[in-house]
Design a protein around this ligand. Structure first.
Ligand SMILES: Cc1cc2nc3c(=O)[nH]c(=O)nc-3n(C[C@H](O)[C@H](O)[C@H](O)COP(=O)(O)O)c2cc1C
Length: 213
């Protein structure tokens, strides 16, 4: 993909306000979108996230009123709720180390130093620090999803306009160790969504990007 095409996709994308509910993302495109979530980087690679794809239309209807009645919740082809892990415990570290040994074919003993570091830096860290850190990781995956969608010419809306505690209740997350932090609606823009014609408001390059020489 060349520079011009990337620039074009970045300008084409916008936070879609109104989706065409009749248009669905193909299975092939969806696969690439989920790969972008899976392959997103995270601190230590520990992936303190989960992505709930809400397929059930009744649940989507239930989520809408606690999402400022935003129509994207029900009209988008796909609706993803980003969850973060609110604490990293020893079993989660063990699970990650186990996965590492399987994927890379290395003995667990060779990862002992890494494991100790994870325990010191994450398991033993103050809860609030981990909560904030974990949420940040989820936003990295969100960024990957948004960019991939744009490159595929799939519309998307990043959303924080919802009540996380109501989402956690409706989605049965209470007590699970997972909490909702953000969502992304994906699909195809409605031809009547006037937001697609708005110019992007961004600060000038030289105020955003400074070179330290
Ligand atoms: C984390 C985050 C949360 C957002 N929440 C909402 C939302 O709940 N509803 C909405 O319509 N747009 C939401 N937006 C979209 C922003 O308003 C939009 O990205 C911004 O105005 C820039 O416009 P553009 O994305 O069309 O270029 C959100 C964006 C981000 C990054």
């Amino acid at each position: 993909m060349n520079h011009g095409k990337i620039q074009e996709a970045l300008e084409w994308r916008y936070a879609t306000k109104k989706f065409d509910a009749s248009k669905k993302i193909s299975a092939e495109d969806w696969r690439t979108l989920t790969e972008s979530l899976k392959l997103a980087p995270s601190s230590y690679g520990i992936q303190p996230w989960k992505f709930l794809v809400i397929e059930n239309p009744k649940i989507r209807e239930e989520l809408k009123p606690v999402s400022w009645n935003q129509t994207q919740v029900t009209d988008a082809s796909h609706y993803v709720v980003f969850l973060y892990k609110d604490a990293i415990d020893q079993p989660y570290v063990d699970k990650y180390i186990q996965r590492m040994t399987e994927v890379r074919g290395v003995p667990a003993e060779s990862l002992q130093g890494f494991k100790d570091m994870l325990i010191n830096n994450l398991v033993k860290a103050p809860e609030e620090k981990i909560r904030v850190w974990s949420q940040r990781q989820a936003y990295i995956a969100m960024g990957f999803l948004l960019e991939t969608a744009a490159l595929l010419k799939i519309d998307a809306t990043p959303m924080e306009g919802f009540s996380p505690s109501d989402y956690d209740r409706i989605l049965g997350l209470e007590g699970s160790g997972w909490k909702s932090v953000a969502t992304v609606a994906l699909g195809y823009r409605h031809s009547e969504d006037s937001y697609q014609n708005l110019k992007k408001v961004r600060f000038a390059d030289d105020t955003l990007i400074e070179y330290v020489k």
